[in-house]
Each structure stands twice: as structure tokens, then as C-alpha cells.
Design a protein around this ligand. Sequence first.
Ligand SMILES: Nc1ncnc2c1ncn2[C@@H]1O[C@H](COP(=O)(O)OP(=O)(O)OP(=O)(O)O)[C@@H](O)[C@H]1O
Length: 295
Amino acid sequence: MHVRLVGIHHTYPSGTAAVRGVDLDVDPAAPTVLRGANGAGKSTLLRIAAGAETPSAGRVVKRPAVVGYLPDRFPALLRLPPRRWLDHLARVRGLDPDDVADTGDELLEELGYDGAEGEPMSELSKGNAQKLGLVQALACDPGLLVLDEPWSGLDDDAADALTARLAARHGLTLLTDHSGTAASLPGARLHRLRGGRIASGADPDSVPLPAAPPPGAVLRLDLACAGDPGPLLERLPPAHVETAGPGRLVVRVPAPESDAWLAAALAVGCAVRSVRPLRPADERRGPRSEAGSAW
Ligand SMILES: Nc1ncnc2c1ncn2[C@@H]1O[C@H](COP(=O)(O)OP(=O)(O)OP(=O)(O)O)[C@@H](O)[C@H]1O
């Protein structure tokens, strides 16, 4: 079941129009990732998707009953100790805290949480507070998981553990991520927000095509594509394949063919991560992998 954000606008009482007409499908088959500059409206849109904020206009269709939400920041004066806070949030979601305690403990261990039991939330280190935030969002077995910068503040081991958990998740997931890690999740669908709007494929900020590639130029297309790349490549025009792995396809195509190639890739459900001209040194080095090779 998809969750759909339809015609979402949001203007804060201050007059800031943070979201201006966003339609977005959150697909259960792959994580939906929002990118964009600071202030683009990502956190606002996530709060609306999670049901933590009511939009000025528009609606969220088919939001599941249980939503796991990691906000961009916690209230600074949260005095509850961690365990009581986790129990409190379980009750807010209509769940019995005992039912989520085992999964919560498993997650705390997996993420290497080492904050003191009795310490108020407001006195935890940033990373430990982030780990608790992730645990409350993940432990409730959410129908929709909404994560605002989930890798922020995590140490390397915790970041890897989170990446592995999200990669293995089946279900609706919507997240923002400045670190770039989310783009590597299998099948990740990337959308760029710009000034409160989803940037279209033609937006230069979304598809950074060089203004005028010189004759003979070769472009490297980096794509996020759901599913097995083998069958996908058979449906696409020939190209030198650099990388063909779960969720990721990197190919080289002559510049004059790149528009047709991109159009074909978008038509089979891929999202464009970047389009860059190859430097002559890269071209001499040749592709790193021969998977699916040849024009
Ligand atoms: N509570 C609020 N009241 C008034 N304006 C707000 C509020 N929260 C956000 N804004 C404004 O709305 C716009 C979008 O902010 P938002 O936090 O959604 O962007 P963002 O893309 O998540 O940014 P960042 O990458 O810095 O987290 C910004 O201009 C911001 O100043």
C-alpha cells in the first residue's frame, strides 16, 4: 500500500511558505529519500507526512495507524529518563510498552547505546540521544517510518548498523539525509526539494547536466534503480556499465545519446543521482567493472 502526499502546501504563522504544492508517492518497495539544501522544506514535509504537523493545504492519503517518526531535533528540556520516555512514546502510539521492550533492547544494543539509565534525556550526548530517537521510531513496528537525518551524530559502527537495518526493511520508509548514505539503500528513490517544491527532472539542480558538453564528450550517469540490474539493463539502450549492483547503476554514454538514455532510464523507474562529464583521465582508465558491458 502506497502513502500519497497530495497537493501539500505549508505556510508557518511567521509567513514562511516552507512547502509549496508537493505531490509525493511513498512506495513500500523502496525507501523514498528527500534531498535538498538547508531550508528547502524537507523537515516540514516529513513532519506533515508523519502527522506531527497539519498542512495549510493538501492531504496525506492512506497514512498507516502506526508511524515511527524521528524528528530533526528533540525538545531541549526533555527531563524523562530514557526508559520512561520510550514507554511513554509506546503508549502515545496506543501500544503496550512491554510489547516493544524486547525489540527496543535489541535495537539499543545493535546501535551501541551507552547512556546512563537514570540520566534525563536532555543530558545525553547527541549520539546517544539520536540512538534513542531511532529506537523509539523503529521498535514500534511502524507501518510508515519517517526519519529526519537518521545518521546524524552516530558513530561509525552505529551508522553501519542503521544502514544494514534500513537496507533489510520491507515497508514504507521516507527519509532525509545530508550524509548521502540513504542513496545507497537498495532501490532508493531520490527526490530533490528546492524552495518547497519537488525539483523536476528538467531542473538543473536535480539533473546537473553540463551546459554544453564538447564534441566527443562522454558522460557518467549515476542512477538509483530498484531491483536486479540484469533484467533492467536489457530494457535500456547499450552502454558501458561501470557499476551494476542492487539499487545502483553507473554507466558511461556518449553525450549526444545521454538525453535518450536518461529518458529510457526514467521510464523504467530509475531516479537520476548525478550526470557528470568524464575527465579524459577517467576515460583512458576505462570502466571498473565489465558487468553487462559493451555498447
Ligand atoms: N517552526 C517554524 N516556524 C517558522 N518557520 C519555520 C519553522 N520551521 C521551519 N521553518 C522555515 O521553513 C523553511 C523550511 O524549513 P525546513 O526545516 O523544513 O527545511 P529543511 O529542508 O529541513 O532544512 P535543513 O536541511 O536545514 O534541516 C525554512 O525557511 C525555515 O526557516
